[in-house]
Design a protein around this ligand. Structure first.
Ligand SMILES: Nc1ncnc2c1ncn2[C@@H]1O[C@H](COP(=O)(O)OP(=O)(O)OP(=O)(O)O)[C@@H](O)[C@H]1O
Ligand SMILES: [Mg+2]
Length: 234
């Protein structure tokens, strides 16, 4: 379980996160919502130890995550798919996926994980011998998620996986996230598409300028009048 307590972070003189408290239980899918610049990416990067924390705590299974260097996170079961993807363009799809299973615990299950990922994303199976750089944006996003799943993570952190994708392709991504739900992998999902995110998440948090403005079950958030006017255009 991930437990974030009164977390503060920023850039230089700029305070961006003003005391975030958030939890993701085992196997849960949690949506992190909010307007541009609210601090969503900063929070995800803080969890992954890619951005320094000024105050507050992050615990993972009771362990102080702030004491861990970023490279330890995969071995602790945390996989982060950043915004902007970052697949290795010169390597093939299959090589990219295999690289995802680089930690010993994941390597032991590499073949089985590869089959599972290729079943989740049949287009990647078709393209497995192709250099990743030749994939479309949507396919590269699928590959980035697939590579993270090769770690067999207990927490998958996704930063706007549908950003810039055509609705049909975004839909495929959401379908896969929905299929991850109910597995042993919890998901922390940042999305601008509130409707789709809350349709697949158990719970959600709405971040407004670095503070949690609202938190609740997906059903409660979808019914909430301020969510409906501010984010759903109703
Ligand atoms: N490297 C940086 N240096 C200075 N300020 C930054 C940096 N990265 C982000 N910020 C600022 O921090 C605030 C939060 O940014 P962040 O990227 O976390 O927001 P976000 O919620 O992910 O937004 P978006 O939906 O646009 O991705 C913004 O005001 C942004 O301008
Ligand atoms: Mg962002």
């Amino acid at each position: 379980m991930l437990e974030i307590e009164d977390l503060h972070a920023g850039y230089g003189d700029l305070d961006v996160l003003h005391g975030i408290t958030l939890r993701v239980a085992d196997g849960e899918t949690v949506a992190l919502l909010g307007a541009n610049g609210a601090g969503k990416t900063t929070l995800l990067r803080a969890i992954s130890r890619l951005h320094p924390v000024r105050a507050g705590g992050i615990r993972w299974d009771g362990r102080d995550l702030l004491a861990e260097p970023p490279h330890r996170l995969p071995a602790l079961g945390i996989a982060h798919v950043p915004d902007g993807r970052g697949v290795l363009r010169a390597l093939t799809v299959k090589e990219n996926l295999e690289l995802g299973a680089y930690i010993p615990a994941a390597r032991a299950h590499r073949r089985e994980s590869l089959e599972r990922v290729l079943a989740l994303f049949p287009i990647l199976a078709e393209r497995r011998r192709q250099p990743a750089g030749t994939l479309s944006g949507g396919e590269q996003q699928m590959l980035a998620i697939g590579r993270a799943l090769m770690l067999r993570p207990r927490l998958l952190i996704l930063d706007e996986p549908s950003l810039g994708l055509a609705p049909k392709v975004a839909s495929r991504i959401f379908d896969v996230i929905e299929r991850i739900r109910g597995s042993e992998t919890a998901v922390l999902l940042v999305e601008q598409n509130l409707h789709r995110a809350l349709a697949i998440a158990d719970r959600g948090y709405v971040l407004e300028t670095g503070r949690i403005a609202l938190a609740g079950s997906s059903a409660d958030l979808l019914r909430n009048p301020s969510v409906r006017t501010a984010y759903l255009g109703m």
